[in-house]
Design a protein around this ligand. Structure first.
Ligand code: SAH
Length: 390
């Protein structure tokens, strides 16, 4: 658990091949026209892509002679599945993807009775160096392109539609940026991804704003930028400590933007959108789970449009830290609620496949016996009470 440096600038590696999902609708139409085809073919291709169809044989509304050319030029395969792992009776499915340059990322699809959520990665690795997070301990390999991020959601939507997840065919309803990486450190591509997630067919997945969650360590200028975009997606802030002294060590970016500044930026987002933000707090035994810290957090958030999502720590390899025991968790929840702060405890999906929050560390080594990989787990389920708005 050595202290890693904070890294903001992703190393430059070869750019992935051009893909329809990186282009605006006008750019896509121009690209199709350059290939000698009428511009409306861009819409046809997009409709196929966002439905998970990339096999030219299935694109029966396109002339057979041009299907191959258009697909090759605009729908290159960017994500090659290395393996799928299932947990929770098949309702959680983690996929390890290989990218064009060999970089590895993971995404986790979680089906609940009332929704299906995919947790996607925005970077290969992460430069934020949080010592309790497996991805943070890997360092940053590179930013993902928009199409590489969007592709993870498209694949999840297709897996749901095809009935690849236990429970029969269904619909992908939620996307959370809680996989590998710090989404706001890859802002332009994440911004493009948001457009694609929200755009109606044929140029997107048509998800609702509230069912898309961007989670950040607290890059304050980027939160402000997001606030100015006019979007209403759900914002989650990974706080993990109510005081700067401890947060400096748990979330090293805190040495640059302090707890107060992060909460102010999230408050401004909530004021502009009218939507509650989520405060993520991994409960780490004897590190940040003391009753006095619950009280400090309660004081910090009382009266704000915020909701606390507690995550019992998912241990990562080599970590000396552990999850808080149940009685400590209950006490923490009780104190926050007594302060009037809406609080839930997050379900830990996929722990046995290292697919829970903070466990994503994409690896593809045969010497690693079962797994590898990523992160998140988001949302709800084990609600020790009240609501959850995700
Ligand atoms: N970089 C973004 C998104 C990725 S992580 C962020 O930090 O918000 C998604 C969530 O999982 C974050 O709240 C993160 O702090 C949390 N997390 C990381 N490692 C964890 C672990 N070992 N146990 C529980 N939660 C963890």
């Amino acid at each position: 658990m050595s202290a890693l440096p904070l890294v903001f600038d992703a190393p430059r590696r070869g750019t992935p091949p051009r893909h329809l999902a990186d282009l605006t609708r006008d750019e896509a139409r121009a690209a199709v026209a350059e290939l000698g085809q009428p511009a409306f073919r861009a819409d046809q291709l997009a409709r196929h892509y966002y439905r998970g169809v990339t096999d030219p044989a299935q694109m029966t509304d396109l002339p057979a002679a041009v299907r191959g050319t258009l697909t090759e030029a605009l729908l290159p395969g960017l994500l090659t599945p290395v393996r799928h792992q299932e947990a929770d009776g098949g309702r959680t499915r983690k996929t390890l993807w290989r990218l064009h340059d060999g970089a590895l990322v993971e995404s986790v699809l979680m089906r609940y009775p009332d929704r299906a959520t995919v947790c996607i990665s925005s970077q290969a690795g992460c430069g934020m160096a949080c010592p309790f997070c497996a991805t943070g301990q890997q360092g940053l390999t590179r930013n993902l392109s928009a199409a590489e991020i969007i592709g993870q959601a498209v694949e999840a939507a297709a897996a749901m539609a095809n009935g690849d997840v236990a429970g029969g065919p269904g619909r992908l309803s939620n996307v959370v940026f809680m996989g590998m990486g710090e989404p706001l450190a890859n802002y332009p591509r994440v911004r493009k991804t948001l457009d694609a997630l929200l755009a109606p067919s044929p140029h997107g997945l048509g998800l609702s704003q509230r069912s898309v969650t961007v989670s950040t360590v607290g890059l304050v200028p980027a939160i402000r930028r997001l606030t100015d975009e006019g979007l209403n997606v759900t914002l989650a802030v990974s706080l993990h400590a109510p005081d700067d002294e401890l947060r400096d060590t748990l979330v090293p970016i805190n040495t640059r933007w302090k707890v107060g500044e992060v909460v102010d930026a999230a408050d401004a987002y909530a004021r502009r959108t009218g939507r509650r933000y989520s405060v993520e707090y991994a409960l780490i035994r004897d590190v940040n789970d003391q009753p006095f810290r619950a009280d400090l957090l309660g004081k910090l958030l009382a009266g704000k449009l915020a909701h606390v999502n507690l995550i019992p720590l998912n241990p990562t390899p080599g970590s000396k830290w552990d999850a808080s025991p149940l009685p400590a968790q209950r006490e923490f929840v009780a104190r926050l609620r007594a302060a009037g702060v809406a609080t839930t405890v997050r379900d830990t999906r996929g722990q046995d496949i290292d697919g829970a929050c903070g466990q994503l560390a994409a690896a593809d080594s045969v010497s690693v016996p079962s797994v590898a990989v990523p992160v998140p787990a988001l949302e709800p389920p084990v609600e020790l009470g009240a609501e959850s708005d995700q």
